[in-house]
Design a protein around this ligand. Structure first.
Ligand SMILES: [Zn+2]
Length: 236
């Protein structure tokens, strides 16, 4: 979707507060789009290919108070560290650093235990959650694809910001590993959605009835993602 060029990073001064602004060029964008950049505590400006940067910055400056309101409304950040409260399939777990234990990480009695040196904890916990996401997603993909008599391609876990999943033309399925922090019905819905794309590319009525045949409460899951999805990017 994105046209390859690296995002440009600018600091926007809003009333003495430095707000990081990412500027992205998009070939198919028709208008200047300004959004809150949840992952970076800043704003994201998308510009059509030929729009001068000054036009985009002018828009961002004119929306300064909207940007500040949006940033102040973000849920608090939860860095991965000893004592952090992190949801696993929607159930909040306490992260416990276990420097002397063996293994990498494990989940037990409402806690996620992470071994190793303290400075490695964020990386280890992220890697573990990514593996858990795969172990939750892969069997669901297999079962749902089999019920449609379709053959899925590779399953890839990413840290995507704009989409929870995608299905390529050759049947490879990509998911955001952060889904393992969402509730189980939400994760199940996203899998059902992408697997249904193995049968129907678009989002027509037959696509949606296929999704409904693969998962319960798709509407509730979509509502959950609209309300809580951004918050999953505040972890780690
Ligand atoms: Zn879709």
């Amino acid at each position: 979707m994105i046209d390859g060029s690296a995002d440009q990073q600018i600091n926007l001064d809003i009333g003495g507060r430095a707000v990081p602004l990412r500027v992205r060029r998009h070939r198919r964008a028709r208008n200047i789009i300004l959004r809150i950049d949840t992952a970076n505590d800043g704003a994201l400006l998308t510009l059509p290919w030929r729009t001068p940067l000054a036009d985009g910055l002018g828009l961002a400056r004119s929306k300064a108070s909207w940007i500040l309101r949006g940033l102040d409304a973000l849920p608090p950040r939860m860095p991965f560290a000893d004592g952090a409260m992190v949801p696993y399939l929607g159930v909040v777990h306490r992260v416990r650093h276990r420097p002397d234990a063996r293994g990498v990480a494990w989940r037990e009695d409402g806690e996620i235990n992470v071994t190793g040196r303290p400075e490695h904890l964020p990386r280890r916990l992220t890697d573990w959650l990514r593996r858990q996401a795969r172990s939750e997603i892969a069997p669901r993909v297999a079962a749902k694809a089999a019920s449609l008599e379709r053959q899925p391609g590779r399953i890839v876990l990413r840290d995507t910001r704009s989409r929870w999943g995608s299905c390529s033309a050759n049947g490879d399925l990509s998911f955001c590993w952060r889904l393992v922090m969402a509730t189980e019905p939400v994760l199940d819905y996203v899998v059902a959605h992408e697997v249904a794309h193995l049968a129907y590319r678009g989002h027509g009525p037959r696509f949606w009835s296929t999704v409904a045949s693969l998962t319960d409460a798709a509407d509730d899951a979509r509502a959950w993602l609209r309300k809580n999805g951004e918050g999953l990017h505040r972890y780690g």
